[in-house]
Ligand binder design. Structure first.
Ligand code: 13P
Ligand code: SF4
Length: 311
């Protein structure tokens, strides 16, 4: 964040910090959040899997999830006794909207032998119909954990194709796509690599030709880890563009090229919204227990698989 902007945010950041202390609240922010949230008020930031693990381990009374609705629902599933706030309940996701529980039931009828895995970018009602959920950082290991010849993996067609290319398991997929990542093209990526000599990191939600042209494909935190290993002179993140703003300070030797595709849902979360939610202790995530029980099982199965051996 440019230093000139610090003063603009100071008052709100101070007010939120005081409310956090008063409410015994923790702020968990996704890597795509605005820089003033990521750097200003987040106690923890990470990818979807890391946010879920943090929610499960939190000792706070209140969790403010700065991200989109499926992330806040996942936090509530893993921390059912805590108050989970999402500052704007309309912060959705085009992938989560692309599939409903009836679609999973129909897929299961058509493929009765295949375990069903859903991406974490789905509603709790969809998760409740599945055997496990996964994130972009563990989709391959979750799919292979069933040791089944075919597995349903929904709703992101590109994440499904990315996993299918790395396994002998037959993947039954869906036609969902992320409205942000689908906009990138292979031509654009080749130009970054060839004309600008940039190291290209792409999210698995990107189209096939984009992933094929990238140097690295992984989750948002996977990209950060890869940058730490490679320390390239020039890099481009083929993902939501707040990421480059958030992490460029941690990589002073890397010049970031900045294509800008913003996620309109992530952008709904603002400092004034966070302050209001901590003042009012609303809006809170509430899930009917019949749905929550099934969805929790699917999320817990994923976390079991992600836990380092021996813990
Ligand atoms: P990550 O789990 O990689 O952070 O991705 C979440 C997401 O919504 C990407 O668009
Ligand atoms: Fe959903 Fe795409 Fe936004 Fe991620 S970037 S929350 S997948 S719409």
């Amino acid at each position: 964040m440019p230093a000139a902007e610090w003063d603009m945010h100071f008052e709100l950041v101070a007010a939120i910090e005081a409310l956090k202390r008063g409410r015994n609240a923790v702020v968990l922010a996704h890597n795509y959040q605005r820089p003033e949230i990521f750097h200003g008020v987040a106690d923890f930031h990470g990818d979807s899997l890391e946010l879920a693990s943090q929610a499960a381990a939190s000792t706070a009374d209140v969790i403010v999830l700065c991200g989109v609705r499926f992330m806040a629902e996942t936090a509530k599933l893993l921390a059912p006794d805590k108050l989970v706030l999402l500052p704007d309940l309309d912060a959705g996701c085009s992938l989560a909207e692309s599939i409903g529980p009836d679609d999973i039931r129909a897929l299961r009828r058509r493929h009765p032998q295949a375990p069903a895995v859903c991406y974490v970018n789905t509603s709790a009602a969809v998760k409740a119909e599945c055997d496990a959920c996964c994130t972009s950082s563990n989709a391959l290991s979750v799919v292979e954990s069933f040791a089944a010849p075919e597995v349903i993996l929904v709703p992101d067609r590109y994440l499904a194709a990315h996993v299918a290319a790395q396994t002998s398991v037959r993947i039954i997929s869906w036609q969902g796509q992320c409205e942000v990542h689908q906009r990138f093209t292979g031509q654009e990526v080749r130009e970054y690599r060839e004309a600008a000599s940039a190291f290209v990191l792409a999210h698995p939600e990107c189209p096939d030709e984009v992933r094929a042209a990238a140097d690295y494909v992984g989750s948002t935190s996977g990209m950060i880890a890869e940058l730490g290993r490679k320390r390239p002179a020039r890099a481009v993140l083929i993902t939501e563009c707040s990421m480059a703003d958030n992490i460029s300070g941690a990589f002073p030797g890397t010049d970031f090229l900045r294509p800008c595709n913003l996620c309109p849902h992530m952008q709904r979360i603002t400092l004034p919204g966070i302050r209001a939610s901590l003042e009012r202790l609303a809006p809170a995530i509430d899930l009917p227990e019949d749905i929550a029980a099934g969805a929790r099982r699917a999320v817990q199965r994923m976390l079991e698989l992600s836990r380092p051996r021996g813990t």
